[in-house]
Ligand binder design. Structure first.
Ligand code: BTN
Length: 260
């Protein structure tokens, strides 16, 4: 069984597997079956059925990537929950920058791009009971040492290795992500929402960009103008109408869609 050298005083319970279907599913099963209510990290060397946002698959069938989920226990209402994805993106952004010195950007809500291509995706899932959140699972997938990217996604995805031409120690990157995550999570817990969003906005390149998104089955062009204190994207349509996006995907010109 592989194990990383993870040194942190924040998350004491770290579980490893060589292979799993999805670390997010593993975290969910743990939530329902374990009596321990302890924040837990799940790390797998490979996943056979990795899940992406918007019901997509996440390709991660070898040991070059980081496949990690963070299970956070709490009892909270739905407000500001989007900020967990925001702080996760910020943590991964800072860790990649710190460990590799590559400059990366955040594409709202939580994709990390290097040279315009996606290197990390984050899938946050909430466990609800009677309209209250009991736990949140933050699934983080990073293309780290991949020498090749699957042809089906190679125009829009990359890896740290392909951008830096250097091998990266996955344990160093995980340590740095967890350190950052814990720092920002404490800010979240003490309701420092504006602080989190202001940090996020420093690296989020969606603001002031012309973007495209799907709304009621139609593609809309708009200018992204801001991210509010709940982590939602404020956009201005061609008719000067302000809209608030709280989930979904936005498209940049030339990235993710060739036609836009
Ligand atoms: C996205 O679509 O951008 C989100 C991808 C999230 C992938 C990660 S890999 C670890 C965790 N387990 C999963 O099944 N998905 C997330």
């Amino acid at each position: 069984m592989f194990k990383y050298n993870i040194e942190n005083s924040y998350f004491k319970n770290i579980l490893y597997k060589n292979q799993i279907d999805s670390t997010n599913n593993w975290a969910k099963q743990f939530f329902y079956s374990s009596k321990k209510c302890i924040d837990t990290i799940f790390i797998a060397e490979s996943q056979t059925a990795g899940k992406g946002r918007l019901s997509r698959n996440w390709i991660c069938d070898d040991d070059k990537q980081i496949n990690m989920s963070i299970l956070l226990y709490w009892h909270t209402s739905m407000s500001h929950i989007q900020l967990i994805c925001i702080l996760a993106a910020l943590s991964v952004h800072n860790a990649i920058k710190y460990i590799t010195n590559l400059s990366c950007e955040i594409k709202w809500p939580n994709d990390i791009l290097i040279n315009g291509k996606k290197v990390c995706g984050i899938l946050c899932e909430n466990i609800l009971k009677e309209n209250k959140i009991y736990a949140t699972i933050v699934g983080i997938g990073i293309n780290v040492n991949n020498e090749f990217i699957n042809e089906s996604i190679s125009k829009k995805a990359t890896s740290i290795f392909l951008e830096s031409k250097k091998f990266t120690h996955k344990d160093c990157l995980i340590n740095s992500i967890l350190k950052n995550f814990y720092f920002y999570y404490k800010k979240f817990k003490s309701s420092q929402f504006n602080y989190l969003v202001n940090e996020y906005k420093k690296f989020c390149t969606s603001i002031n960009k012309t973007i495209q998104f799907e709304h009621n089955g139609k593609l809309i062009d708009a200018l992204a103008v801001d991210v509010n204190s709940s982590g939602e994207l404020i956009v201005k349509s061609d008719y000067d109408e302000l809209l608030t996006l709280n989930h979904g995907e936005i498209f940049y010109h030339n990235i993710y869609r060739n036609e836009f």
